[in-house]
Design a protein around this ligand. Sequence first.
Ligand code: UD1
Length: 341
Amino acid sequence: MKILVTGGAGYIGSHTVVELQKQGHQVVIVDNLSNSSADVIDNIVKISGVAPVFEKFDLTDQALTADFFKRHSNIDGIIHFAAFKAVGESVANPLMYYRNNIQSLINILEGMKVNKIPYLVFSSSCTVYGQPDELPVKETSPIKEAFSPYGFTKQVSEAIIRDSVVAYPGIKAIALRYFNPIGAHDSALIGELPLGVPNNLLPFITQTAIGIRQELNVFGSDYNTPDGTAVRDYIHVVDLAQAHVIAVDRMISRKSKAPMEVFNLGTGNGLTVLEVINSFERVSGVKLNYRLVERRPGDVEKVWADTAYANEELGWKAKKAVDEMTLSAWKWELALADRKK
Ligand code: UD1
């Protein structure tokens, strides 16, 4: 099948392109390279031996997006990753986030409606739950007030999709709510490429270990958790990528049980920041220079997924444990450093 992957040069997008190609899908990538690079496309080809079609443009541009869909009206399904994702940046510049994340989704849905493209997989986030009242968090848990404009764009996007599948019965959708994706492809040819100072934990750990950063701040050590540091459900990016292929196939083979379905993608295990650091030190043999500091504003204390629904309905389960995640992230950082030499 011909699958459009928006943001296919990005972190999760690139891993998903590889998994789609592995399953024989033909991939078209649209990416404006605002937070990625064209080298990623070359590295995808090195891994899979297959060149995806690549078009560089901004999906917030209505005319360009409409023209793209006119030229590719035979697309069978879309996986929509292209979006901004830095929580702090979204607080500083909410309009940029609303324009980018919402406008692009609207343009894509318009393209689906006009060109009768039936299937959409949407990149959502556990951030829609805020700090849940019950853990592990289920798909049916209430959506809480968003902690940031970034989080709000995910909530609004899900709502826009929900309204669209009702109004335009030709469109079916699956929203995948990711917990914390980390790690990199086994080949160390693709991985997370943060622009400037990383916001997320793993890139900060690996950059500190390799000497790009002086020290790692551990945000908060007084949480109500086993060691006082915050708990997240870290999931290997390749496990996550595979779930996207399953989601697309589910819609294509008409197994969906509703016009829009929602699945949590996590491992079901919560880990503290210190547990992740310990795993990294164990697999890399590098002692990390870290310091316990104040909580980071906007962080929730703990969240991890109830994965039963995704496990049963998608027949999918995250396979990789934390050491494999941190080791692959480390190999990726080392490979990046090698390439810079
Ligand atoms: C948040 C969102 C997630 C979103 C992601 C995008 C929640 C629960 N999660 O992830 O949905 O996709 O942002 O960026 O809202 N940490 C440190 N030191 C650091 C960096 C992080 O201690 O230098 C800690 C954080 O305080 C947190 C954990 O590591 O406890 C994970 O942080 P991070 O990787 O930034 O992800 P989230 O904030 O959980």
